[in-house]
Design a protein around this ligand. Structure first.
Ligand code: FE2
Length: 194
């Protein structure tokens, strides 16, 4: 682990760049990229406080890094008490590591290949240091919420594309899909011009 906290995120990004540069497949990214993410979230001293502030109205996604070639992105999701997502997919591989607080994940499997009712799968909670994986190849539909009724939770998300611009789907309880995009919140890492 890097001893310099300001180097924690850049070191993680460089490690992930090296993985995608060499054309690592999803399983390798989960194994080796997951180890890098575990290192990043093993410490909680590097995320600027402004990027860990909850919004009273909804959870927020802060952009931390977008690969210039669009091969992956890193973001921080901040959840206020009681906040959560609709049922949704990602369409790309993803790794979610909890930095702070506690998150509840409900997994869903589509009953039909396209659309149709969703079948609820496992429910589990993630504590700081825990990592969850999603992908169309291993299960891509879930609903996530803050498991803390009285505190903020923060997780670090890594996706195989720019999650701030990927069109994906959210689902109602009947499994009907609606396209959506999760834009980044306006607050950026210090030093970023735009
Ligand atoms: Fe998700």
């Amino acid at each position: 682990m890097n001893t310099n906290r300001s180097e924690a995120l850049p070191a993680f990004v460089r490690g992930l760049e090296a993985l995608v540069d060499r054309g690592a497949d999803e399983a390798t990214i989960r194994r080796e990229g997951g180890a890098l993410l575990a290192d990043l979230i093993a410490r909680d001293d590097w995320l600027p406080p402004a990027l860990a502030e909850p919004d009273p109205d909804s959870y927020r996604i802060h952009q931390l890094h977008v690969d210039p070639a669009g091969r992956f992105s890193v973001s921080a999701m901040v959840w206020g008490p009681g906040q959560g997502t609709p049922i949704h997919d990602h369409t790309v591989w993803g790794m979610v590591g909890v930095l702070r607080g506690r998150e509840r994940c409900e997994e869903f499997a589509p009953l039909l290949e396209r659309g149709g009712p969703l079948v609820s799968g496992q429910v589990h909670e993630l504590a700081p240091g825990d990592i969850d994986f999603v992908s169309p190849t291993i299960g891509d539909i879930h609903r996530v919420s803050n498991a803390l009724a009285d505190g903020t939770s923060v997780s670090i998300h890594v996706y195989g594309g720019d999650i701030g611009s990927i069109e994906r789907s959210r689902y109602d309880d009947a499994g009907r899909a609606t396209p959506f995009v999760s834009p980044y919140a306006a607050c950026l890492l210090p030093g970023r011009a735009s």
